[in-house]
Design a binder for this molecule. Structure first.
Ligand code: ATP
Ligand code: MG
Length: 387
């Protein structure tokens, strides 16, 4: 039975004076990720974190949860003992099974330099003991089993398997983003990438429906529940899109999509200022479809005074699909859904839109009134569950 989980972080290790803030956030997020798990506690020791397990800890559930916490580079379930040679050898003998002829390697890492032996000495002594006791072979280049001994804070943490984390930075260190979420493949992946850089992400969805609940907007809520595995809870703002539809009835078809994009951004910006959000997020990509030209992205951007973050800008579609599959949103994204954008698809959409042209059309449409109407009709729901 394992005693502890040892956690190493990636980029946080590079932080200077801000590091305690990043570490505290990571601890907070680990506690949220393990809210339903049995364990004794989490603490920081010498540039790493340790989770003390309890007799009732479910290691496979804990592994599943930790694999989804941004900020973790890798982690290991380990046995813990006093940091002296005899205790370490006894602990290895007690807990690790060796097969005759197996190629093994011992790798010691001392964060705690007060220990009266070097890493190389321990590697050599423990390796010799294993050869004598179990008839294994030491192989530094191609071991079948690696025994890691990590010495930190006066204790030895012993493990054989490093489990890869998701890297990134802890959700919450970079501020709040209001993300435009459609029912498609791209925008949930973009949200995940923003979370990966430490953003706390709330969602805004323009809905073809006027009622906002599981029955009508189940797909959107499901996507957010999957993303909650990484962010541990978020809000969705639902806004009906019929005020835009009514306002744009006489607008030229080829401009409707870009008008809708600018409209979404305006509504988002208004909600953002009300809820302390510092940037907007979107799943837009450069040149994925004919409307996503640099000119159009620029015209969209000019409808907002706060930045629009587009983490997928340079990704290929197949890279996006791969991430969607890996994070669990793909299966939901491909379910049928009546998304608003599909209603504005023109045979020949405007690809190199000029700001003046769009502004003239918007003035005719009385865009501000439609924005005001939508903001007033916004409904927010808190989504705490994970799927
Ligand atoms: P996705 O797969 O995310 O729908 P897409 O390539 O299909 O992306 P578009 O439909 O052109 O792209 O939409 C571009 C972006 O606009 C989306 O990624 C999303 O951020 C935003 N968006 C589109 N439709 C909506 C909507 N109904 N509500 C909120 N945001 C939307
Ligand atoms: Mg879409």
């Amino acid at each position: 039975m394992f005693d502890y989980v040892l956690i190493h972080y990636g980029e946080i290790a590079l932080k200077g004076l801000n590091r305690p803030f990043y570490e505290r956030k990571l601890v907070e997020n680990i506690k949220k990720a393990l809210a339903n798990q049995d364990y004794a506690g989490v603490k920081r020791i010498q540039g790493r974190l340790v989770i003390e397990l309890s007799g009732r800890s479910d290691t496979s559930e804990i592994e599943w949860a930790l694999r989804r916490v941004f900020g973790i580079a890798w982690f290991a379930f380990c046995y813990v003992t006093e940091a002296d040679r005899e205790s370490i050898q006894r602990c290895v003998d007690k807990n690790i099974v060796f097969n005759k002829g197996e190629r093994v390697k011992v790798s010691t890492n001392r964060a705690d330099k007060s220990i009266p032996f070097t890493s190389i000495e321990l590697n050599r002594e423990l390796g010799t003991h294993l050869v004598n006791a179990y008839n294994v072979k030491v192989s530094l280049k191609g071991p079948e089993k690696e025994i890691f001994v990590e010495i930190a804070d006066g204790k030895a943490y012993i493990y054989t398997k490093k489990i890869k984390g998701v890297y990134g930075l802890p959700v919450g260190v970079s501020g709040k983003v209001l993300h435009l979420l459609s029912g498609g493949i791209d925008s949930p992946v973009a949200a995940w990438l923003l979370m990966k850089r430490g953003c706390e992400v709330d969602f805004l969805h323009f809905s073809p429906f006027q009622r906002f609940d599981e029955k009508w907007n189940g797909k959107i809520i499901e996507l957010v529940k999957v993303l909650n595995r990484y962010s541990f809870g978020s809000r969705i703002f639902f806004v009906p899109f019929y005020p835009f539809e009514l306002a744009s009835i006489y607008a030229p078809t080829r401009y409707k999509l870009i008008l809708f994009r600018r409209f979404m951004v305006r509504v988002a910006e208004r909600l953002a200022s009300k809820y302390g959000v510092v940037a907007l997020g979107s799943g837009e990509n450069l040149a994925q479809v004919s409307s996503q030209t640099l000119e159009n992205l620029s015209v969209i951007e000019q409808a907002s005074s706060i930045p629009i973050l587009r983490p997928l800008l340079t990704y290929d579609k197949n890279e996006i699909v791969n991430i969607a599959k890996q994070i669990g949103t793909f299966k939901i994204s491909v379910q049928p859904y009546k998304d608003c954008c599909s209603l504005f698809i023109a045979k020949h959409p405007a690809t190199k839109t000029k700001l003046e042209d769009v502004e003239d059309i918007e003035a005719e449409m009385k865009i501000e009134e439609a924005v005001e109407d939508s903001v007033n009709k916004a409904e927010v729901i808190e989504v705490k569950d994970q799927l």
